[in-house]
Design a protein around this ligand. Structure first.
Ligand code: MLT
Length: 271
């Protein structure tokens, strides 16, 4: 059964979809997208798990609060889980969604059963990245949303997976995000702190999915973080850029399911 729900969290009307039955998995989309990016993998997961698919505040059907930050988004995710009576969940975040999942892990270390960093990083923005983002903020503020989205969407894919269908699917979602939200997301990402120390010795297991052809994140920088938690599942996907759940859905879902088995059934896995 698919349920469409919402919650008022920190003055924001946050929309989410909830499907399936069993231990909880929350899937957090990246910038400038919404929960629909998980469409190609969720059917296979919800037979055995409760899957929660929010639109982050400002994205999709959720409204934009005045004080958007990675931390307020993480707190809103905590409110959703509370509303659903879920004490503990695995959170897998794609890129910006990974920044939110990691902030959630920092806020609520006892409520996370596993953390998935899908094309994401614990590092804060470098000075160079902040400068690039400031330029984009100016471009969008001057009316340049469409050319920015076109360039950004192309960069999500490897050369092999940048098909017209994939590009137009993600482009349509991105174009439906309004300018104010795009700017607020960029400011939130500029302001996020380095969270390497949150991962250091983390007791919950971590999943790392890295694209061999990622044009957005430096895969080596990400791989250097992939030993910080106590238990890490690390995968580097060939012919994949920054958005594996769309580029290589079958492989992605296998890795996520294996990770869920470990998170929720560690004893069985070890036997
Ligand atoms: C994303 O895919 O969410 C963004 O590329 C993240 C970022 O710009 O840091």
């Amino acid at each position: 059964m698919t349920q469409h729900k919402n919650i008022i969290a920190n003055g924001c009307d946050v929309y989410y979809v909830i499907r399936g039955k069993g231990p909880a998995l929350m899937l957090l989309h990246g910038f400038p997208l919404d929960h629909n990016i998980w469409q190609g993998i969720v059917d296979e997961i919800c037979d055995h798990y409760t899957v929660i698919l929010p639109d982050l505040p400002g994205a999709g059907k959720s409204t934009l609060p005045d004080d958007l930050s990675i931390e307020t988004m993480a707190a809103a995710m905590g409110d959703i889980l509370k509303q659903e009576g879920i004490d503990k969940a695995v959170l897998c975040g794609h890129s910006m969604g990974g920044y939110v999942a990691l902030a959630f892990a920092e806020l609520y270390p006892d409520r996370i059963a596993g953390l998935g960093m899908i094309h994401s990083t614990a590092h804060s923005d470098s000075d160079e990245k902040k400068e690039q983002r400031e330029k984009v903020i100016k471009i969008i503020s001057d009316g340049g949303k469409e050319p920015f989205i076109n360039q950004m969407i192309t960069a999500l894919y490897s050369d092999d997976t940048a098909t017209d269908a994939n590009l137009s699917y993600t482009r349509d979602i991105a174009m439906s995000t309004n300018e104010a939200a795009l700017l607020a997301f960029y400011k939130s990402m500029i302001n996020r702190p380095d969270r390497t120390s949150t991962l250091q010795g983390a007791a919950y297991p971590c999943l790392w999915i890295v694209g061999d052809d990622d044009k957005v994140l430096n895969k080596n920088v990400v791989l250097q973080q992939s030993w910080l938690a106590n238990v890490n599942y690390v995968y580097v996907l060939k012919n994949c850029g920054h958005i594996s759940m769309i580029e290589t859905p079958k492989t992605s879902v296998t890795y996520i399911k294996d990770f869920l088995v470990y998170c929720y059934d560690k004893e069985t896995v070890r036997d």
